[in-house]
Design a protein around this ligand. Structure first.
Ligand code: MG
Length: 262
């Protein structure tokens, strides 16, 4: 059997290039091109098969070239709701929950998407289970990916960082200590509903916390609920993304998304 001497190196390159792969494979333009190509049966390694769209990957806090930027360090113009505050430090702009002022949500609605956000629990926060360092990303204003200081901070596992609240614990605890930034990279697929409101296809989340897989295509049970089993109720195909004011002054930066076609 022939071996591939470069395979370990290529695998490493593939791993390092993961975000860029997402970008190229998932871009709406690329998807449209891919859809068009689906109409034809292509041979293996067919040289005429159309190339995917080019996307500059960004990286190091920069959004990819085809992303919708929801916060670039300057203002919260893309958001509405609570009076959260834009601040800056040596690394640039970020925004912070103003406790008690309410959740914020995007002015625009979104369905399936690749979503990126960075979040940090200030060292001054005192985590005690669900209290003191809690927020969350609410896809479609109802499906929560929990944000919680979890290094260290013991709580029920389907409510810690990387959990889909009340549904799935994270595969591992990859949370940074308070005072350090965390990164979420998410592939969110919106649920689909039949005309009568029944679920045609459940939504899913795949989540990387600080580059570590914590949700692997986990099927959403329904709208997030506290201490109750989540249930679906039919809704529009595009809805705002929310960030939770749980009474704690968490910080956020570098928020962007790329809509997915399905
Ligand atoms: Mg929360």
């Amino acid at each position: 059997m022939r071996t591939c001497p470069l395979c370990p190196a290529l695998s490493l390159v593939a791993l390092v290039a993961l975000p860029a792969t997402f970008l190229i494979a998932a871009a709406p333009l690329a998807q449209d091109a891919a859809k068009a190509t689906d109409k034809k049966e292509w041979g293996v390694h067919d040289k005429d098969r159309p190339q995917p769209a080019m996307v500059a990957p960004g990286g190091h806090g920069k959004a990819p070239s085809d992303a919708i930027v929801l916060f670039d360090g300057k203002n919260l113009d893309a958001w509405t709701g609570g009076q959260w505050e834009v601040k800056s430090d040596a690394n640039g702009g970020y925004f912070q929950v103003k406790p008690g002022s309410g959740n914020i949500r995007t002015k625009e609605g979104f369905g399936s998407c690749q979503f990126h956000i960075e979040w940090m629990v200030p060292e001054s926060c005192n985590c005690n289970g669900q209290q003191g360092c809690n927020s969350g990303v609410f896809f479609m204003d109802r499906y929560e990916l929990q944000i919680l200081g979890s290094n260290p901070n013991k709580t029920y596992v389907d409510g810690m960082a990387g959990s889909m609240y009340g549904q799935y614990p994270p595969l591992v605890n990859a949370c940074n200590p308070n005072g350090q930034w965390n990164t979420y990279d998410v592939i969110f697929h919106a649920p689909k509903f039949k005309a009568d409101g029944a679920v045609e296809k459940a939504g899913t989340m795949t989540v990387f916390l600080n580059g570590v897989l914590v949700q692997d295509h986990s099927e959403i049970w329904g709208a997030t609920a506290h201490a109750a089993k989540a249930k679906y109720s039919a809704h529009e195909p595009k809805l705002p993304i929310g960030l939770q004011d749980h009474g704690d002054a968490l910080c956020f930066r570098n928020v962007w998304l790329r809509p997915l076609a399905h």
